[in-house]
Design a protein around this ligand. Structure first.
Ligand SMILES: [Zn+2]
Length: 276
């Protein structure tokens, strides 16, 4: 499942194809996605210029020149394919097609259909059912140890599980919660409200760092591996602990092996010695 850095990589890859362009033809081949593509979606987008492409947590926001905004979510398996020139015949999983006045076609492809495209006025974005409860952006200017401390205060669950709550911090998924806690040296089982002082500072910094580094890596994969298929290829880069059960602990002379436990139904990978 794409996490925040992968969605940001997709945003950066789509930006040159869409921003500043007029959508000359929009077709919806299948409306039944996680939420249905709204009636009138095609008509509302046709002949509109894209003014900006932004991101909120794991949602892509395509801003149009009439004040409307497309909210796109990749779900489990969603992706965008970009074709300059003649595009291939759409396949069964190519659900929405945007053509621009520059002759570029953008396909929204999603085999499992947990992704969606919705259309709302930009001024009501914050009230959208998927966006209204989102916590602060971990890469936003306001995110620091003080803000994170406010979000964790009074939360008695384990910090790993609390970090996955999108109303606490938006856009942190299972992979980067594990990686940030490892880097900060904090046990995933520690009560969230007991992450304070230096631990809190280390965690806020680690969250920003693991996400920023993954975005950097995604950016270079975008430059180096542009796919002839048109796919915005993002590569799962190397993780320190995620998926590494039984392997030697990295960046640490503890000689322990990485452990895995289930927390709230999700696998947590960590070093039991380093993380306290
Ligand atoms: Zn270790």
């Amino acid at each position: 499942m794409p996490e925040l850095p992968e969605v940001e990589t997709v945003r950066r890859g789509l930006e040159p194809a869409l921003v500043g362009r007029v959508l000359s033809r929009v077709s919806v081949r299948r409306r039944k996605l996680r939420i249905p593509v709204p009636d009138g979606f095609e008509a509302a987008l046709n002949n509109r210029r894209v003014t900006a492409l932004t991101r909120r947590a794991k949602f892509l926001l395509v801003h149009l020149d009439d004040g409307n905004c497309v909210i796109a979510h990749l779900g489990m398996s969603g992706r965008f394919l970009i074709y300059a020139g003649a595009p291939p015949e759409p396949g069964p999983h190519d659900h929405v097609i945007l053509e621009t006045d520059a002759g570029v076609s953008v396909y929204f492809n999603d085999p499992r259909r947990f992704g969606f495209l919705d259309l709302v006025p930009a001024h009501s974005l914050d009230r959208h059912r998927f966006l209204r409860r989102l916590g602060p952006e971990p890469l936003g200017n306001a995110f620091d140890a003080v803000l994170l401390g406010e979000r964790l205060a009074g939360r008695s669950g384990p910090v790993k599980t609390v970090l996955l709550d999108q109303s606490v911090v938006a856009g942190i998924g299972n992979i980067y919660a594990c990686e940030a806690l490892f880097r900060a040296g904090i046990s995933p089982r520690r009560k969230a409200s007991n992450v304070t002082g230096m631990r809190l500072k280390r965690l806020a910094a680690a969250i920003r760092d693991v996400l920023s580094e993954a975005i950097e890596a995604g950016g270079s994969s975008l430059r180096d591996h542009r796919q002839p298929s048109g796919e915005l290829g993002y590569f799962q880069h190397q993780f320190a602990v995620y998926g590494k059960e039984g392997e030697p602990c990295p960046n640490c002379d503890c000689t322990r092996k990485i452990s895995r436990v289930a927390q709230a139904g999700r696998s947590t990978f960590y070093c039991a010695r380093r993380q306290r």
